[in-house]
Design a protein around this ligand. Structure first.
Ligand SMILES: Nc1ncnc2c1ncn2[C@@H]1O[C@H](COP(=O)(O)OP(=O)(O)OP(=O)(O)O)[C@@H](O)[C@H]1O
Length: 259
């Protein structure tokens, strides 16, 4: 048996209550190991996005503790369902933005943007503006904008939820390759929110199933080595894991569901 990876992030008995007493997270404890790919799966309103915001440092818990084993200035690569590109700016300018904000050198910036665009398959669209791109291409640009800072931690909130299945499969594959070790370094860590059982199983090493009000009710290991490709989706092992996760999701969704 292999040792669990060192925890990069952890939440211990975290509660997040909003004004008016709305409980987004009742009691969440979880940890994400360095280099792990973990998905959060659960019915709408069970607190998945709230967990991501807490992990990013954009929000603070009402009670409980959060530990981040990251340098204080480490910025996560945050990717949302809405690609949130600047509509007037080219793909290149959009992807360059995080580097501009950090005051990078022009030549070095160009190199990093070119490399990020190549990694997501958008090298030929650098001069296009967002209205000229398909939904999948916009999401590729959004991934490149996060990738350009070489994030050690990716926080992804249903990034592919609005895409058709073929595009989603292609982007799943791209995302896995982006998280793989670069230049002999360590793999990136990813926390991925999704409503799709198939996507969670395909991408993750662990699927955390959440129930309302905000808590983790299952922690399912997807013990299949990377790299994974389309062939994995066609295996009996994939089907069995999807059935297991789907069953856990159904049980979790039945708890705390509105009458
Ligand atoms: N800023 C806020 N103020 C008040 N309530 C909030 C706020 N943010 C989230 N909530 C509530 O907290 C609960 C959890 O929300 P959250 O967005 O984390 O759920 P989710 O699992 O990501 O949902 P979905 O799958 O629909 O995106 C919901 O009931 C939501 O209405």
């Amino acid at each position: 048996m292999t040792n669990p990876p060192t925890a990069l992030l952890s939440l211990t008995h975290v509660r997040r209550e909003f004004a008016g007493g709305r409980v987004a997270l009742a009691d969440v404890s979880l940890s994400v190991g360095d280099g792990e790919f973990v998905s959060l799966l659960g019915a709408s309103g069970c607190g998945k996005s709230t967990v991501l915001r807490l992990l990013s440092g954009l929000d603070v818990p009402t009670s409980g503790t959060i530990a981040r084993n990251l340098p204080a200035d480490a910025v996560p690569g945050y990717v949302f369902q809405d690609a949130a590109l600047m509509p007037w700016a080219s793909v290149r300018r959009n992807v360059e933005l995080p580097l501009m904000l950090r005051g990078g050198r022009a030549a070095a910036m160009r190199e990093r943007v070119d490399s990020a665009l190549r990694a997501v398959g958008l090298a030929d669209s650098a001069g296009a503006v967002p209205r000229e791109l398909s939904g999948g291409m916009k999401m590729r640009a959004s991934l490149a904008r996060a990738l350009v800072t070489s994030p050690r931690l990716w926080l992804l909130d249903e990034p592919f939820g609005a895409l058709d299945e073929i595009t989603r499969f292609a982007l799943n594959q791209t995302l896995l390759s982006l998280c793989q070790p670069r230049d002999g370094g360590a793999p990136a860590t990813a926390v991925f929110v999704t409503h799709s059982v198939y996507e969670a199983v395909f991408l993750s090493q662990r699927v955390l199933v959440m129930a309302r009000p905000g808590r983790v009710v299952d922690d399912i290991a997807i013990d299949v080595p990377y790299p994974r490709d389309a062939g994995f989706r066609a295996t009996p092992q994939f089907a069995a894991l999807c059935a297991r996760v789907s069953d856990a999701l159904q049980r979790a969704s039945a708890v705390g569901a509105p009458a």
